[in-house]
Design a binder for this molecule. Structure first.
Ligand code: URA
Ligand code: SF4
Length: 279
């Protein structure tokens, strides 16, 4: 998918979300919150659902939890406009109650389609409800700061999932805040590992099956968490390095995963500051 196609796909999903009436949460919302970020990013952060400020502004993580998320990203030298940020449910549950299973189920196609469009290398879950979508059965106290393969049924074709505590939990509990800084320090290395696996899969598609060559060495049981958590490696992993196939032809030694669609659209050059939904 080119930059322009990905951007258009994300905009189309956001338009549907803003008009959505698939679950009861549409009745109490002020604004739906589809998500925002860099359309070419390799990293998607997934929270639980909009809160008061997010509902007011129609943007994810813009209250106190959002301020902490920005600080956590800053601690690894990342910015929020380099990643994509969204939620499991796109409309605010009244009084910030937990989203109910039927609401999560009704909203699930939007997140799946966002992940299909973004094709991230890494999904970072924020809190229990988001983790539950990507690491079924895991406990946040065990899984935080660990990585595992994402089920392609989530919409993410070939991604790893890394679990963080929810920033709102970190705001309430100093020990969780400390753990969150340790955990986020492991995110760039998780991105690099996933990126390396995807690059190998592009050269030899059979190497992609299963994602286990990266995980097996450190994985005790299928689907179990890798070790160690929160290790800050000296890596310079930026979340946006994906070349646009429209402007950067793929090198002949790395065949593209599928042939480029003949597109009637004239591709626009990639603007490194290009992002959706912020303005
Ligand atoms: N908490 C969330 O889970 N998501 C937001 O967008 C804001 C706060
Ligand atoms: Fe639609 Fe999701 Fe909002 Fe429910 S939470 S109304 S499914 S966008």
């Amino acid at each position: 998918m080119t930059h322009a196609e990905r951007r258009a796909a994300l905009e189309a999903i956001a338009d549907e979300v803003r008009a959505c009436t698939r679950c009861r949460l549409h009745r109490s919302r002020t604004n739906a919150v589809p998500g925002e970020g860099h359309p070419d990013t390799e990293v998607v952060f997934v929270g639980e659902g909009p809160g008061f400020n997010e509902d007011r502004l129609g943007r994810p993580f813009v209250g106190r939890a959002g301020d902490l998320l920005v600080k956590l990203l800053g601690s690894i030298d990342w910015r929020r406009d380099e990643v994509y940020i969204t939620n499991v449910v796109k409309c605010r549950p009244p009084d910030n109650r937990d989203p109910q299973p039927d609401e999560i189920a009704a909203c699930q196609p939007y997140l799946r389609r966002q992940l299909e469009a973004l094709d991230p290398a890494l999904i970072v879950t924020l809190g229990r409800h988001s983790m539950g979508r990507f690491m079924p059965g895991a406990r946040i106290s065990d899984a935080h700061g660990t990585v595992r393969p994402a089920d392609p049924a989530t919409g993410a074709r070939d991604a790893s999932v890394y679990a963080l505590y929810h920033p709102a939990a970190a705001l309430r509990t100093p020990a969780i805040e400390r753990a969150s800084y340790e955990d986020v320090a492991g995110v760039p290395a998780a991105l690099e590992a996933s990126r390396a696996r995807r690059a190998r899969a592009a050269v030899n598609p059979r190497a992609a099956e299963p994602a286990a060559d990266v995980f097996a060495a450190t994985t005790a049981a299928p689907g179990a968490a890798t070790e160690p958590r929160g290790v800050a490696l000296a890596v310079d992993a930026r979340p946006v390095t994906r070349p646009d196939p429209a402007t950067h032809p793929v090198s002949p030694t790395v065949p593209p995963p599928r042939p480029p669609d003949p597109s009637p659209m004239v591709p626009s050059p990639v603007d490194p500051d290009d992002q959706l939904g912020l303005f």
